[in-house]
Design a protein around this ligand. Sequence first.
Ligand code: AMP
Ligand code: MG
Length: 348
Amino acid sequence: MPALRKTPFVLALFAGLLLGCQPAPTEYRTTLLSFGTLIEITFWGVEKDKANEVIKEVEKDLKFMHNAWHAWQPGPMSRINELLQTTAPFSANPSVLGPIIRARELAIASDHLFNPAISELIGLWGFHSDDLPHGPPPPADKIRSLVAQNPRMADITINDVRMQSRNPHVKLDLGGVAKGYGVDQIITLLKHRGINNAIVNAGGDLKAIGRHGDRPWKVGIQDPRKKGAVLAMVEALDGESVFTSGNYERFYDYQGHRYHHIIDPRTGYPAAGSSSVTVICPDATTADAAATALFVAGPKDWQRIARQMGISTVMLVDEQGKIYITPEMQARVSFIEPPASLQVSKAK
Ligand code: AMP
Ligand code: MG
């Protein structure tokens, strides 16, 4: 999904910063293309033949998930969307049930700021295409009328495989959570195959297990206001996920204004106030949804939503470059340059 695409900066970052100058002999690294982004997978201490074998499985799984959950190409998700529109009960394809159930829980915990039911709005903004939109924003009355339909994950009921929406305007776009769910699945597969030291990095969003030899895995967090620059480094500890949502990932400029891909479901317009949000927590699905939700919540409301979602390690960079950070995150990051403006406060 191009919605999930990030810049090739990550590759360079990993080549230079994560892995050191020369790959160590026990390191195995490969890059796959899925979810509209480059997925870099690194193992430590895994024999090459075994690594190659496992990667083949990973590749198959990624392909399956990408096709099943795609927000606008025909497949299981588009079929679910057609059936949800009918407001009649139906049996959902099991391949999409897992992420939908998790997305529903996370949407409710976020007060629906993370709202994967707003696919009609995201489509109206033109983000349902491999190419970026251009030209003027959609007409205000169309945006208003879609917001007024108030589609929410809570409109969906799920009993085993039976699903039903009471709102015909619920249309799902899992772009804000699919990568996290996919990364969790891949890490589970790696562990089943006996791989305990690995990092799966989907365009800067990642989950780590174990260590990189005698040190933890180290990753960079992109500076949202300087293309290709690293804002801070952080160690990803065993079983941790580090996810960032940013307004630099997919956007277009029109008459001096930036229109980006994270939509505030309350206004129908790209969320204002944040440039990026980084979340660290064990579960990649939660980290992904929370980064999107806190981005929408913005500098004024992120603490409340973080608390509700059970997240304590957060950094939000606002549109002016001011950094809001929890003590838990502050203890973890090393900034490349001392921030000009930093406010430390807990999730509350
Ligand atoms: P992320 O990069 O994880 O923040 O995901 C952004 C993607 O999630 C967008 O490209 C859309 O597909 C989708 N999206 C946009 N706004 C929202 C929202 N408020 N809640 C959930 N998903 C969203
Ligand atoms: Mg997300």
